[in-house]
Design a protein around this ligand. Sequence first.
Ligand code: BYC
Length: 314
Amino acid sequence: MDETALQRDFDATIDADDRIEPRDWMPDAYRQTLIRQIAQHAHSEIIGMQPEGNWITRAPSLKRKAILMAKVQDEAGHGLYLYSAAETLGVSRDELLDKLHTGRQRYSSIFNYPTITWADMGAIGWLVDGAAIMNQVPLCRCSYGPYARAMIRICKEESFHQRQGFELLLTLSNGTAEQKAMAQDAVNRWWWPSLMMFGPPDSESTHSEQSMRWGIKRFSNDELRQRFVDASVPQAEILGLTLPDPQLRFNSETGHYEYGDIDWSEFKRILAGDGPCNAQRMAHRVKAHTDGAWVREAAAAYADKRAAREEGAA
Ligand code: BYC
């Protein structure tokens, strides 16, 4: 088939809301957009292990430690599913990691903030994972099959993450005055960065329009941000905590909560590499990769040996 016919088939698949699979022809821009988004998502999962890993040795009880370890391990797993989904588009994991390590691909802005108290584990679970679920549930219907399928399991695990964060904050909020203050301080610090996770406002989102036409994104950045605010306000009330936005109010005409201005200059600074923890996160990631080189080499040598043995036996 010539390119026009291939493009027609691709467009028909998208219009019918069917899935594109790795064997199918796809426009190069569609492939590159998916590689960019899936890689950024995968990188976010593995960098996202760092702020929480910081608290594993200091969790206040055996139960909390076991829960946190399970959560951080889940995130490594999400990274693996996502790198595998990206590999179906013709890029290797090595290539993607190299782009992350040399600053040619991004990870989510949210992981450039420090986790300074135990309550941050609760705020990350409740707000950061809550924002992630809001953004990622629609990705289960993404037009690219391997990404959509990876997202189903990821979202199930993210729900557990979100609930554990909520429960952690609820426990602190019902604890001593100091514990409640610690929970409130964490929510104050994580609220605005969580709103930024959804990306720039629609008017400044370079990729949204095309990604929505291709069925990669199902809702715009602002739509998802609004849903998140609407879901979070009643949850904050149950927690007995406030959200740090004096302009937050329910608009009975629209049925939505209105919220104050987001400091987009902070978001831009973080994307430019100048957030509180950008340098630390990257240095740690590169060191972990370098320190792990012997494991990759050993695994490759073992695989070669096994292949040679099997060939000999055949
Ligand atoms: N941080 O045109 P736009 C998790 C960039 S993992 C950094 O709207 P798009 C978790 C964007 O890349 C959370 N950069 O872009 C893990 C673009 O720059 P480039 C990660 C951002 O792609 C462990 C430019 O801004 N989730 O939750 O249509 C523990 C213009 O933006 C951000 C995902 O990755 C940001 N927040 O929409 C706990 C989900 N926002 O690439 C939790 C999948 C925007 O042109 N990704 N940029 O240089 C998506 O849904 C979309 O990529 C986004 C952005 C909504 C994030």
